[in-house]
Design a protein around this ligand. Structure first.
Ligand code: NCD
Length: 316
């Protein structure tokens, strides 16, 4: 299996067969992880650098674990951008990383397109771990794997993605992946949090949870990305209050009752309990697969690192 390029910068442009193959490989790594075994031969002698210009808990940790389980040398770099100009930092960093002969570079940055820019400057295979409001491809892959494990398929499922769509790279990557795989995708939220023109991606828009959740197979709640909004306050100036947001768009068991009886609850984390999701529902093992999403995150990242290392420069 080979990706269209030597990097993974987004879901955009990935053929359904490639997505399916990546999910199959990730599934095998999920089973390996559950068995407690490792495959340290896969990335032996390879160097993986985690370059995070934005905070992260699960994404950085799971890339680190994935790299280590496959035998790579893993280095974590957290970079503060506060005092330096973005362009210079990125290009300087690229030169440094090149000098270190890094094979796999995992990048998170607050600017959309930063990983793509780095990809032009480094010899390593670049993996986008979230760039601004643009894409977060491994999150969409781990979400798809979690869904497929429970429902046995992706095609034909109805997925409701709720909350702050406008500022969410998770939403964007999920929209691309899920529509590519034949899902029916509904976006649910107040007009200020849904980008205009997004219908062109083959999704439908719902401004109430009543219509958006009715008959859905999967309900995905998203965090209000206040750090990407311009105003101050709990909703970045876009919503009156967190409490009001919860009343209308917070996922709780009453609203979930509108979806299919076996509908699953998802959230990429970090969660704001009582804002976009009720605490009790997030912790309900009969409905919530939020923990499994984290588990699948490691497996998906192992699959991506494995596949990209096969085409990484130093390997050819
Ligand atoms: C998401 C992100 O960083 O885009 N988190 C994650 O990677 N699990 C979502 C978020 O921050 O709300």
């Amino acid at each position: 299996m080979q990706l269209p390029g030597r990097h993974l910068l987004g879901i955009e442009g990935l053929h359904p067969a490639i997505i399916s193959n990546l999910l199959d490989l990730a599934e095998s790594y999920a089973l390996l992880n559950r068995s407690g075994k490792t495959r340290r031969d896969v990335l032996r002698g390879r160097t993986l650098i985690n370059l995070f210009f934005e905070d992260s808990t699960r994404t950085r940790t799971s890339f680190e674990l994935a790299g280590k389980r496959l035998g790579a040398d893993v280095i974590n770099m957290s970079v503060s951008t506060s005092s330096v100009s973005k362009g210079e930092t990125l290009l300087d960093t690229a030169a440094t990383l090149n000098a270190m002969n890094c094979d796999l570079l995992v990048v998170r940055h607050k600017s959309s397109g930063a990983p793509a820019l780095l990809a032009q400057k480094v010899d390593a295979a670049v993996i986008n771990a979230g760039d601004g409001m643009h894409e977060h491809p491994t999150q969409a892959l781990l979400d798809a794997l979690t869904i497929r494990r429970h429902k046995g398929r992706l095609e034909g499922l109805t997925i409701a993605i709720c909350g702050d769509i406008a500022h969410s790279r998770v939403a964007r990557s999920n929209i691309l992946l899920l529509t590519t795989m034949g899902c029916i995708v509904r976006l649910v939220g107040p007009p200020v949090l849904i980008p205009t023109g997004i219908e062109q991606f083959g999704v439908t828009i719902h401004h109430t949870m009543e219509t958006g959740l009715r008959g859905a197979d999967i309900v995905m709640a998203l965090r209000l990305q206040t750090e990407r909004m311009n105003g101050t306050g709990p909703g970045g100036g876009l919503i009156p209050s967190a409490r009001e947001f919860f009343t209308f768009y917070g996922l709780d068991s009453d609203k979930l009752a509108l979806a299919k009886p076996d509908a699953l609850v998802m959230h990429p984390g970090p969660m704001n309990r009582g804002v976009e999701i009720a605490s009790q529902l997030a912790d309900d093992p009969t409905r919530s697969v939020i923990r499994e999403q984290v588990e699948m995150g490691v497996a998906v990242r192992m699959a991506v690192l494995d596949v990209l290392s096969r085409t990484a420069n130093r390997n050819v």
